[in-house]
Design a protein around this ligand. Structure first.
Ligand code: GMT
Length: 374
């Protein structure tokens, strides 16, 4: 099939999922056209089946706000026309599903099917906002297919918008890429052999509760000498840095910024923290599990569908820092329990969220939406 993949290119779950999905579909013989405002950051090198169409926004002194959604719409329409696409797959409702719908309206010669994949905050934050509610509902109703990355998000979407045709397709992992590759030399940069390494990865938005990450770490470190590595960047980074300094932990909290080979850092970690306010899936937790890192997270959104409480990590109520400290300390102190959870995490990630299984589900979904029988 010829597939148009409309996505954010930046550091963040929806862009990562869209990019990796496009690449695996290309490996399986599909022609995939990424449409985005720049090269998706996780995009690999050259591939004969992969194309990138960068959206250029015309700037003009009259525009206080450059009209990105309009530029995106005309780029989508051009790509559909020039490459004879079979289907458009919009990741994240705003503005991608809206622009896909508008592009289809512009193309009078056909009715290209649109699949919209909801990733979380497009529904839980933007969709809940009065300004975006009606347009989100409209473009979901106009999409031929809508998928959600967890059962929890599917239910929330259906309850919020009253639409029936939402299918859960989980996020995925390639266990050949995400696997534990121990590197004592790298580990030695951050911690002595007897110290533990705690990891957090996110875009440091308030919804991730990065300050809780630092507070949980402070509690862990009192009991079990450790270091905290933080990957990513975003609005709460400065506040987290200040909190670490105020708690006297500046030498133990390491802000590594955005990193590409995340599995290398995951391979150093003993524990992964994800104390988010909301989390429709928790891709970073899945990546950690695949690298044999048990997860301490909040029981919010789709996280309990990924992290099995007491099996691949522990779950606590949002904001319950003390509970997360207690769970972390008891796990880090019990070598056998930690080993069992690490293996269970890897097994669950590789079995339930294997890239081959999930990409096949998307292919099947595309065929159904396009009315193609096998
Ligand atoms: O909100 C973010 O953290 C980024 C967002 C995105 O779309 O880039 O992530 C969401 O999508 C990811 C991929 O499907 C999910 O793993 C994250 O759980 C989800 N984030 C939230 O729901 C907060």
């Amino acid at each position: 099939m010829k597939i148009g993949m409309v996505c954010y290119p930046s550091y963040g779950g929806s862009g990562v999922v869209a990019t990796e999905l496009g690449e695996y579909l290309a490996d399986r013989g599909h022609e995939v056209h990424f449409i985005s405002y720049e090269r998706p950051f996780r995009m690999r090198g050259f591939h004969g089946n992969l194309y990138l169409h960068e959206v250029e926004v015309f700037d003009y002194p009259l525009f206080k706000f450059p009209p990105y959604s309009i530029a995106l719409t005309s780029t989508i329409a051009d790509v559909v026309r020039n490459h004879d696409l079979d289907i458009l797959h919009a990741h994240y409702a705003i503005p991608h599903a809206v622009s896909a719908y508008l592009a289809r309206q512009m193309l009078r010669d056909g009715r290209i099917p649109i699949v919209t994949t909801l990733h979380g905050t497009d529904i839980t934050v933007l969709g809940n906002d009065r300004q975006f509610f009606d347009i989100t509902k409209f473009c979901l109703e106009e999409s031929d297919g809508v998928t959600a990355v967890s059962e929890s998000l599917r239910q929330e979407t259906q309850e919020l918008f009253g639409i029936g045709h939402v299918q859960t397709v989980y996020n995925f992992i390639d266990p050949e890429v995400y696997k534990r590759v121990p590197n004592p030399c790298f580990r030695g940069f951050f911690a002595r052999p007897e110290e533990k390494i705690i990891l957090h990865i996110s875009n440091f938005r308030p919804v991730k509760r990065v300050l809780d990450v630092v507070s949980i770490f402070a509690g862990i470190n009192k009991e079990v000498p450790s270091h905290l590595l933080l990957i990513g960047d975003g609005p709460d980074r400065l506040a987290a840095q200040h909190l670490a300094q105020d708690l006297g932990l500046a030498q133990r909290v390491h802000f590594l910024g955005k990193q590409e080979c995340v599995f290398q850092v995951l391979s150093l970690a003993d524990l992964f923290l994800l104390p988010s306010e909301k989390e429709s899936f928790g891709l970073s937790a899945l990546e950690a599990m695949a690298c044999e890192v048990p997860v301490i997270a909040t029981a919010t959104g789709g996280v309990p569908e990924v992290v099995l409480d007491g099996v691949t990590g522990y779950l606590a109520p949002v904001g319950d820092v003390q509970a997360m400290i207690k769970m972390s300390v008891s796990l880090l102190r019990d070598r056998q329990l930690h080993g069992r959870m690490a293996i269970a995490a890897r097994e669950r990630a590789a079995a339930e969220f294997h890239v081959d299984k999930i990409v096949a589900q998307y292919e099947e979904y595309y065929r159904r939406i396009c009315g193609i029988s096998e």
